[in-house]
Design a protein around this ligand. Structure first.
Ligand code: ATP
Ligand code: MG
Length: 247
């Protein structure tokens, strides 16, 4: 579809096109398209821009990733189709691993995602080889499988667009969790150590820039109050709505 540059939601339509392309090439499934719609609705409420509030969480996330011993970026179909180059770049900057981890598990789709990431520059993609499969406790069947060399071993896991059950299970498994989630009310947003309330397409780029900048500095431990940051995100949405309602 040809999207006119002057369309007020051109950026959002381009993202949809990318996801549809991802769906047609086997990276994304139907449920992923719907999950994106839930995110879009919240993007509307934050004004489709990276807020000051989100910038603060991005800064804390960059520090946490840089200070981690073994950080891992957990990749699902939506993330791969929207941010493949950024995933590779971020992993390089923070010296992290990349692992394919799907809510709706399918060996075929895992492989499709891994080869797409490799096409976009990833040297190694974990989560594919069953010889390294391990189970995280307190999660049912297929959803609990992770890679021994990746999430199982990690101290910090970046889980953009993750389901709440899995985020909570990772927390119980003593992982530090960073998430991108446009919905500050989701269980993932509430359970993560750092939630970046921003569209992952915008936020990943900022996270990369921030990580490059902070890498040159001496970093102390991360101090971040996620509950407070989520409250600020909700207040900001409320303020935006009030401004529009009373304009
Ligand atoms: P939870 O399981 O955490 O309670 P949920 O069931 O409401 O959340 P899921 O479908 O499990 O939602 O998770 C997908 C999450 O990803 C949603 O909260 C949605 O808002 C968010 N999301 C979707 N697309 C994007 C995007 N492009 N950028 C950031 N967040 C997104
Ligand atoms: Mg969910």
């Amino acid at each position: 579809m040809l999207i006119p540059k002057t369309h007020p939601r051109a950026a959002s339509l381009h993202i949809r096109e990318k996801l549809v392309k991802g769906y047609r090439s086997g990276l994304v499934i139907e449920e992923g398209l719907i999950a994106h719609g839930r995110g879009e609705a919240f993007d509307y409420l934050i004004g489709e821009k990276t807020s000051k509030n989100a910038l603060e969480s991005i800064k804390a996330a960059a520090k946490m990733l840089l200070l981690a011993k073994s950080p891992v970026i957990s990749v699902n179909g939506n993330l791969a189709s929207l941010c493949s180059k950024e995933i590779v770049k971020l992993a390089k900057v923070v010296n992290g691993k990349i692992e394919v981890n799907l809510f709706y598990a399918s060996e075929k789709r895992k492989k499709t995602i891994a080869s797409f990431l490799k096409k976009n520059g990833a040297k190694q993609v974990l989560g594919i080889d069953p010889r390294f499969s391990r189970k995280i406790p307190r999660l049912d069947s297929a959803r609990r499988i992770v890679d021994k060399r990746g999430i199982f071993y990690a101290d910090v896991v970046l889980v953009p667009l993750e389901d709440g059950d899995r985020t909570i299970a990772l927390k119980k498994f003593r992982k530090k969790v960073i998430s991108f989630d446009l919905n500050p009310l989701s269980r993932t947003a509430q359970a993560a150590d750092i939630t970046i309330v921003d569209n992952v397409v915008r936020g990943m780029r900022v996270l990369i820039e921030m990580s490059i900048k902070l890498k040159k500095k001496k970093l102390a431990t991360v101090k971040f109050d996620n509950k407070k940051n989520l409250s600020q995100a909700l207040v900001e949405m409320n303020n935006n709505l009030r401004r529009i309602a009373y304009a």
